[in-house]
Design a protein around this ligand. Sequence first.
Ligand SMILES: [Zn+2]
Length: 87
Amino acid sequence: MEERYCQSCGMPMGLKDEHYGTEADKSKSKDYCTYCYENGAFTADCTMQEMIDFCVQPVLENVPGLTEAAAREMMSIQFPLLKRWRA
Ligand SMILES: [Zn+2]
């Protein structure tokens, strides 16, 4: 399995099966993480902006020295490229 990023929240899912969401038939999603996607459906029906708001805190905790403004700017560039948010 290659390294993949969740196409909803941008989290690196790495090589571990447990980070991948599940389809309705219990197979692993190739596109979405377990936090965003379970049993073939998104766990939260939110907008891209709401997802960014939700992700700011964990991103800041994971990247020492990053400011909130920089984190938001980074995600506002990255998120529209993800499969879930692409028009
Ligand atoms: Zn996700």
